[in-house]
Design a protein around this ligand. Structure first.
Ligand SMILES: C[S@@+](CC[C@H](N)C(=O)[O-])C[C@H]1O[C@@H](n2cnc3c(N)ncnc32)[C@H](O)[C@@H]1O
Length: 174
């Protein structure tokens, strides 16, 4: 089952299902109020969806609600560390100077764009996950391989080879 709040993204997903011969329900909805019964999933996965564009204090309790005990929550987004270094202008790559505070990080509003993102410090992530009944299984800090390429201007491969630019959290509902 796939869920997105954008009809255009769902249309793309439908076209890709067709192309690759896949069949599963695609639902129009929001991560903060999932249209599913309690305990109906074994896995909840977010790849740059709710993981960064929804307030974690709203979507994590919903993910916990729809998971069965023993079910896994996996989410991928930009790393907490990168958020300290990333420039307001997404076309300027992150440098070596910390540009913003770590303590209190939560809601990010980018001046050149109407997008809002959410990023937490690691201690806040751990407390939020535990408060919602999760045990932390892993925090995988991704490192691109040598010679990798990127289409994103806000962080270079050289930067991401030295410091984690993306991270995957894996947590299990107790
Ligand atoms: C970068 S895309 C990636 C989505 C998915 N991983 C994929 O590969 O198709 C991010 C998606 O998250 C969706 N999204 C953002 N906030 C959301 C929310 N609160 N609830 C549901 N979907 C959301 C957006 O509509 C967008 O389609």
């Amino acid at each position: 089952m796939g869920l997105d709040n954008s009809p255009a993204q769902l249309a793309t997903a439908r076209a890709l299902q067709e192309e690759h011969g896949l069949r599963f329900p695609l639902i129009h909805g929001i991560a903060e109020q999932l249209p599913f019964r309690d305990g109906s999933f074994d896995v909840v996965l977010s790849e740059y969806g709710a993981a960064i564009w929804s307030d974690p204090y709203r979507w994590v309790p919903e993910a916990a609600r729809v998971l069965r005990p023993g079910g896994d929550l996996v989410f991928l987004g930009n790393s907490t560390l990168l958020m300290l270094f990333v420039e307001d202008d997404e076309n300027v790559p992150a440098g070596r100077t910390m540009l913003r505070d770590y303590f209190g990080m939560h809601r990010f509003e980018w001046p050149d764009d109407d997008g809002i993102e959410f990023h937490l410090g690691h201690g806040d992530w751990i407390r939020l996950l535990r408060d919602n009944g999760f045990e932390i299984i892993d925090l995988i800090e991704l490192r691109p391989s040598e010679g990798a390429e990127t289409a994103y201007p806000f962080v270079t491969i050289e930067w991401a080879r030295r410091w984690p630019a993306e991270e995957i959290w894996k947590a299990r509902k107790r």
